[in-house]
Structure formats: C-alpha cells, structure tokens
Design a binder for this molecule. Structure first.
Ligand code: GBH
Length: 443
C-alpha cells in the first residue's frame, strides 16, 4: 500500500509549551532570544494543535490521506531529557495515535525534529556523545507505550540541517556558529539514530527509518575548482548522512577535517543497523562553486533560470527524479525502499494557491518517473498539512494545504487541499480498477 500523507513537526504546530509538564526545548530558548526569529515569533501557541488535534485529524480524514508524519516532542515525554517520564506527554501522543487509527490514518512519528530538551543542551547537547544513549532511552520509552499501534518510526529529521543551521551557521537553535567544528554533531546524531533503531526494535517496533534532507548538487561550471567544490558539498550535505547509514562508512571528509575524532570502534556497525526505509525530504537542487574564502571548501552559487517559491527557493520538480535515481545509482542493493517524507512549498498568503497545486503535481510526476526508472518509492508526504512556525522565519512562510489564521487559529482548506483530495480519490479508483482487472485475469 503506497503511503500518501501530510507531514508536520511538534514545535512547529503544537503550542502549549508549558502545559501538562512539558519541559523546555532549545527552540523555546532560541525563539525567545531577541533577534533570532523574524519579528520575534515563537512556537508558544503555534497552531494550538495540542488542543485542536481532533480538528486536524478530521482535516486529514477529509483529505483522504492514509498516513500522517508528525513528530514527538522529546521534552513533553521526558522533560529533562533523561530522568522521569511525563505520563501526560505520552497520553497526548496516545490520544493522537488512536484518533488517527480510528480514521484509517497510519501514524508515522519522528522522534527528533530539532527540539532537544534544554536540560540536555545544558550538558553540551549533540556535541556530547552521551546524548546518543539518552536519545535511545527516550525512543524506548515511547515505543514501550505505542509500538503495538505504530507501523513506522522515524528516528531523526534532517540531521544535516540540524548540524548545519543549528551548530555550524547558528541560524537555528541552539544558535552555535562552529562551522566545521560542528562535525561531531553529525556523528552523535547518527550514533543516536543507530542506538535508537536497536532500542525501538527491542521494544517491538515494526518498521524503522531515518529522514535525511537530500539535494542534487550541480557544479556551477565544468571548471575543475567548481567540480571539486560540488563534490565537497555533496559529501557534507548528502553522503555524510547516507553513507554511514547505508554503507557503514563515512565518505572522504578531508576537505573538512583531518579526522572525525568522535568516531569510536563499533560506532559504524551501530549506525548501519539495517532499516526498513530511507526517508528523503526534497525541496530543491543546490548549485555549488569554488570557495570564496577559506572558511568552507565551497560556495553557494544559487540555482538560476527556474521559478521560485514565496520563500525564494527554486522550483525544480525533475530534481526529485534526479535525486532518487542518483540514490539508486550510488547505493544499489544497499538502498532500502524510499519514502518522500517531505515535499512542498511556501506560497503567498492566499486560499487560491495554484502555485502549490502546480508544485505538488510536478513533483509527484517526477517521483513517478523515478519509479518507472526502477526506484522503489513507497510513500509521499506533503509538507505541510497546516501553515506553521517556519523556524527562523516565524509565521511568515506559509507551507499549508490548510491556511491558519494566527489570530484566531481557525483553519481554512486551500485550493491545494481540494486538489489533493480529488487526486487521492482518483488514485483510489484507479487502484480498485487495477485490482479488479487482476482478479479477472486470475480467473
Ligand atoms: C524542512 O527543512 C524541515 O524538516 C521542516 O521542519 C521545515 O518546516 C520545512 O523543511 C520547510 O522549510 O538556499 O534556496 O537553495 C528544509 C531544509 C533548508 C531545504 C534550506 C531548502 C535551501 C533553499 N531546507 N534549503 S535555497
């Protein structure tokens, strides 16, 4: 059964940051620091999904999706990161999971979508190796309660973005600008992923995946220096996270470091624990040129000659086909089935979002071209169900199939919601037709 779903993340939609024993996360801290987010926006209330989740489940039911990717807030479940379990936090996710299942929607929770408990940041956060073990304990806590009802778990969301934006550039929480000094954050997240995968399975989890944010890398020219820079960028953005998970080894990181000191014997075996799927988030390709200074071995040349979203990101649907066939070419038999765990765009604040319809239509078609070329894709999740807290951009970027009024928190489906609903209905009909024919032929 192909999974069609929508995706969200806890800090971006839940609000209720001080309710029912939730601890603080690094995003609470960061968003409340002056100048960190546009207009000082925070996730304090966000979409108020914590209180309005029933309405959101109804919206998904009306849309006709059969899966929902959301994230579980670590500090809601374990307010101090390790230490006591907050039963009320688990109760919330149990209500949500049961509500989804009642509507025939498969829950696909992500255990870490960037909202590290602040108490763990105070102990060094992802620069501290101990956090990896603590993450696995938290994963086990959730699975012990919910594994019987959850068909698919996702350990981490985009460890690249959390490393690069959060620890190398400092534009996301925890706001550290360590440049290449942030590399241990990659290793400790990957180790956390591997340990959690094992802990989840031990607690009865059925399927486990990781979500990596992947981008096709285009060299700005055929000049040697640009080709070399593009390769270095591909290593940092894509292969640093896919290679250890799928091949059990790190790519050549000599453009960045003389050695990953954080790696110990046995770590790579843990990181390469077999997975049931690879989650891929795709937004756009990246065009890379030779470095302009010696801080990093590449520079961003910007993709030109393509339309852009309201966020200014280039719209290149065929980049998704290129990405998927590229993964297949690189990893071959080591590539598990792929799930597109996020794809979508921000638009102007309108209900008549034809741009989003065109974006989704184009990307679904590109995904299908990759499937026709032999890539085993098993699901597609739209980012996002709702307009939500878009990290450093606050509420200024609107990614929702459903518009949210951030004064009243009322929800209004956009044209793209109706388009996707009709698309999914047609899919269902086509599927029934094929099944019928197959039965006839078998007779
Ligand atoms: C995801 O990150 C996150 O998982 C999700 O929480 C978030 O809300 C969503 O996407 C939308 O942002 O410089 O023009 O080439 C996406 C990470 C990083 C993807 C920046 C696109 C580059 C645009 N993104 N990136 S550009």
């Amino acid at each position: 059964m192909f999974l069609w779903g929508t995706a969200t993340a806890a800090y971006q939609i839940e609000g209720a940051v001080k309710e029912d024993g939730r601890g603080a996360s690094i995003w609470d801290t960061f968003a409340h620091e002056p100048g960190r987010t546009r207009d000082g926006h925070t996730g304090d209330v966000a979409c108020d999904h914590y209180h309005r989740w029933r309405e959101d489940v109804e919206l998904m039911s009306g849309l006709g999706v059969n899966a929902y990717r959301f994230s579980i807030s670590w500090p809601r479940v374990r307010p101090e990161g390790d230490g006591p379990v907050n039963a009320k936090g688990l109760d919330f996710y149990e209500r949500l999971v049961d509500g989804l299942l009642e509507r025939g929607i498969r829950p696909a929770p992500t255990l870490f979508h960037w909202d590290l408990p602040q108490a763990l940041q105070d102990r060094g956060g992802w620069m501290n190796r101990d956090i990896s073990e603590i993450f696995a304990e938290y994963a086990a806590t959730v699975a012990e309660r919910l594994a019987d009802r959850i068909p698919l778990w996702i350990t981490l969301n985009e460890p690249f973005v959390h490393m690069a934006y959060g620890h190398a550039l400092g534009v996301h929480a925890p706001g550290q600008a360590l440049l290449t000094g942030a590399l241990p954050v990659a290793h400790h997240q990957l180790l956390a992923h591997g340990l959690a995968t094992r802990a989840l399975r031990a607690a009865g989890a059925r399927q486990v995946a990781i979500t990596n944010n992947c981008t096709p890398v285009w060299p700005a020219s055929e000049r040697e220096a640009d080709l070399k820079a593009a390769d270095a960028y591909d290593i940092l953005h894509n292969r640093l996270f896919n290679d250890p998970v799928l091949l059990g080894r790190y790519p050549d990181l000599s453009a960045y470091t003389t050695g990953l000191d954080a790696v110990r014997d046995g770590d790579l075996d843990i990181i390469a624990t077999p997975l049931d799927a690879l989650g891929v988030n795709y937004y756009n390709p990246t065009r890379i040129a030779a470095p302009v200074d010696d801080a990093l071995p590449f520079s961003d040349a910007g993709v030109t000659g393509h339309p852009t979203t309201a966020f200014g990101w280039p719209v290149v649907p065929d980049g998704l086909r290129e990405l998927l066939t590229g993964l297949k070419a690189r990893y071959g038999a080591a590539l598990p089935p792929v799930l597109i765990t996020e794809n979508g765009c921000s638009t102007e604040d309108t209900l008549d979002d034809g741009d989003r319809v065109a974006f989704l239509e184009g990307h679904i078609a590109a995904m299908r071209r990759a499937m026709a070329e032999g890539v085993d894709v098993r699901g597609y999740f739209v980012w996002s169900l709702l307009d939500n807290f878009e990290w450093a951009e606050g509420y200024h970027q609107r990614f929702g199939l459903v518009r949210v009024d951030f004064e009243t928190r009322s929800r209004t489906p956009r044209a793209s919601y109706r388009w996707l609903r009709d698309f999914l209905r047609a899919e269902k009909r086509a599927q029934k037709q094929t099944q019928k024919q197959a039965r006839k032929q078998a007779q």
